[in-house]
Write a protein that binds this ligand. Structure first.
Ligand SMILES: Cc1ncc(COP(=O)(O)O)c(C=O)c1O
Length: 458
């Protein structure tokens, strides 16, 4: 039976790879397959069950088996692509199976709560668990101050739009910064000021002036593993920023999305230096865990909670309780801590490889940031280079990078590309950077790349 069984598995996979069976196509019936492979219907049924488990086919009751997806094309694409663009976690360490157990357990545990409208602030039991978890990151707050949001993007969107206790109107952001924040501010029509950040930090005199004169409601800051630079502030700098915010009655929105990857165990969040509920701490679980869960938490000053929750309610009632329940179990049973160990090692190895390759191969007229950890590194290009053209040339060679222009307000605009190490395969980093360097040299020194037309891949 084993060989017939394996024969059926391989035959179906081959048919899909050769595109003889495409997404949505129906498989031959069990009877026909049994005849074709000269085996019992039972053997065919077992093979089909296995293919179902591998998510290659799915069953429609009383109809038959159908192909889920054409795996062939995506596998081929993954084989040749060098992906410095994608910013979700490395798919190879996404804890699908462990999490599947947690989802099943969550359904068993919380049957009634999971499939109805639930607490708008987030499941209390999860908030309790998160309050405990945040202590590892030096964030000490009672569960009552936590709100669960549908990703940190939702928290940033709500904070951009809602009134703050200081009655001020404008927002200050680092330049460059996370483009999703720029989008949220623009969508909400908020007047936005910028302050330049480099790997050496920022100008505190400028910061003080902006705080003093520009009616700043809050300062949005990414304190470590900065997106897109990879910059980290020192504890001293963080203390200074909090003190200035106190002095001028400015709130701080601290986006600590990659806190877990920080290799400096003494590094604190700004939140740790605020005695007066001045810092709003936003923690996503997308980058170190599963972006599709859409779960983040935000720690708010007591006086902002009801207004924030009201705004959240008007956006989506509540964050999916199924995701919340499963995350709670994942945190409780220690699987998350175990997962984090693997995550840290993988990304820090990839970042080291990227830094080494950039130092070895990029021409000297190109500046690049040198993050100690995190997902991102930014390359600043000389003014003679057409960034869209470079991205087009790379794209033609299956190398994908991000144009950093959308990470700047227009008045701060610079020629730069952002590289992400999160999904690139470590075996391809060096090759990718060698090719990137060759294209930069081609464009900048030889200036001989002729394309009749090219479009931007933003
Ligand atoms: C700095 C930063 N903050 C927040 C987010 C939003 O993450 P999510 O909404 O998935 O929690 C991202 C996503 O890329 C990000 O890079």
């Amino acid at each position: 039976m084993t060989t017939k069984y394996i024969g059926i598995l391989e035959w179906v996979k081959q048919q899909i790879q050769d595109e003889k069976l495409k997404t949505g196509d129906k498989l031959p019936s069990i009877r026909l397959l049994a005849e074709q492979f000269q085996c019992s219907k039972n053997t065919v049924a077992k093979a089909l069950l296995e293919l179902e488990k591998q998510h290659i086919i799915y069953a429609k009751p009383k109809s038959g088996y159908y192909v889920v997806d054409n795996h062939n094309t995506s596998v081929h694409h993954q084989d040749i692509a060098i992906d410095f663009l994608s910013a979700g976690p490395d798919q190879r360490i996404m804890p699908y199976e462990d999490f599947q157990h947690c989802i099943n357990q969550a359904i068993d545990h919380y049957k009634e709560q999971l499939f109805t409208y639930s607490d708008q602030q987030g499941l209390f039991s999860l908030r309790k668990e998160l309050a405990k978890y945040l202590q590892h990151l030096q964030v000490f707050a009672k569960p009552d101050r936590l709100v669960i949001t549908s990703g940190s993007q939702q928290a940033l969107h709500i904070l951009s739009a809602m009134p703050f206790p200081n009655g001020k109107k404008n927002v200050l952001i680092e330049q460059p910064t996370y483009f999703g924040m720029i989008d949220a501010l623009q969508a909400n029509g908020i007047t936005t000021f910028g302050i330049e950040v480099t790997m050496e930090g920022m100008d505190f005199k400028k910061l003080e002036k902006l705080f003093r004169t520009d009616d700043i409601k809050f300062f949005y800051i990414i304190p470590r593993c900065h997106n897109p630079l990879g910059h980290h502030y020192t504890n001293e700098e963080k203390k200074k920023i909090v003190a200035l915010a106190e002095k001028y009655d400015v709130y701080i929105v601290e986006d600590d999305y990659l806190a877990e990857l920080d290799t400096d165990l003494k590094a604190d969040p700004l939140f740790a230096y605020e005695p007066n509920e001045r810092v709003i701490y936003v923690k996503s679980f997308s980058k170190v865990f599963l972006p599709g869960l859409r779960i983040a938490t935000v720690v708010l000053p007591e006086k902002m909670i009801s207004s924030f929750v009201h705004n959240k309610f008007s956006a989506d009632f509540n964050t999916s309780p199924l995701s919340q329940g499963a995350l709670e179990i994942y945190l409780k049973n220690g699987m998350f801590q175990y997962h984090l160990e693997k995550v840290k090692k993988l990304y820090s190895n990839k970042m080291n490889l990227l830094l080494e390759a950039c130092s070895l191969y990029l021409p000297t007229y190109v500046q690049f940031t040198k993050p100690k950890t995190g997902f991102y590194l930014t390359i600043f290009l000389p003014s003679g280079i057409d960034v869209d053209k470079l991205i087009y040339m790379l794209h033609e060679n299956h190398i994908y990078v991000d144009n950093a222009s959308r990470m700047f307000l227009s008045e701060y605009s610079q020629k730069a590309i952002r590289l992400s190490i999160s999904q690139v395969n470590e075996t391809k980093i060096q090759l990718g950077i060698r090719q990137l360097a060759a294209h930069i040299i081609d464009l900048y020194e030889k200036r001989n790349y002729n394309v009749l037309s090219f479009k931007s891949y933003l």
